[in-house]
Write a protein that binds this ligand. Structure first.
Ligand code: HEC
Length: 146
């Protein structure tokens, strides 16, 4: 069970990185959704650990890697040409663009720092919730509620 989480976490982070590098810029909406989805999937095991599943470091590191990659690639995946279509991205993204990009930069910075500060269960529980707040802080302003 525990090793399954670890393998899943590593696969998910790999998928996030692959999604970013392989998929063409020609469909930024599909590309950003794939990266977000991979990040959400990689975050599932750590989220369960916050709720009492046994702690393991590898899935946390995999989730942090996915966040780092998404933070880095994010701004480029919201070009002006991608405002409409099958997307939950709100128009506000393009109105307050600097703030939107800064939220991706914060996610990347926080994930990078967490890679060295999270070493065990106690540091995981102290640091990881702030990363989840980075997701929520952007979604609440820039993503349409489903
Ligand atoms: C800087 C802004 C920003 C940050 C930070 C951010 N997201 Fe998102 N996220 C978005 C936007 C915008 C969408 C809607 C994209 C679309 O539909 O085109 C989205 C969509 C998603 C989706 C749905 C993807 C789909 O299949 O439609 C998931 C899952 C997701 N985000 C997870 C996360 C997680 C987990 C984090 C934090 C680790 C996070 N996001 C951080 C902006 C952000």
């Amino acid at each position: 069970m525990k090793s399954n989480w670890i393998v899943a976490g590593i696969l998910m982070a790999g998928a996030a990185i692959a999604a970013g590098s392989v998929m063409a810029q020609s469909d930024p909406i599909a590309q950003r959704k794939a990266i977000m989805k991979a990040m959400g999937d990689a975050g599932r095991a750590p989220a369960a650990m916050l709720k009492g599943e046994p702690f393991a470091l590898a899935p946390v590191q995999a989730a942090l890697q996915a966040m780092q990659a998404a933070g880095k690639q994010g701004p480029a995946l919201f070009p002006d040409t991608s405002k409409t279509g099958d997307t939950a991205a709100l128009p506000k993204i393009w109105e307050t663009r600097n703030d939107f990009n800064a939220k991706f930069a914060k996610l990347e910075k926080d994930a990078t720092e967490a890679m060295s500060t999270i070493k065990d269960e106690a540091s995981f529980k102290a640091v990881y919730p702030a990363l989840l707040r980075d997701c929520g802080a952007c979604h609440s302003d820039y993503r349409a509620r489903r």
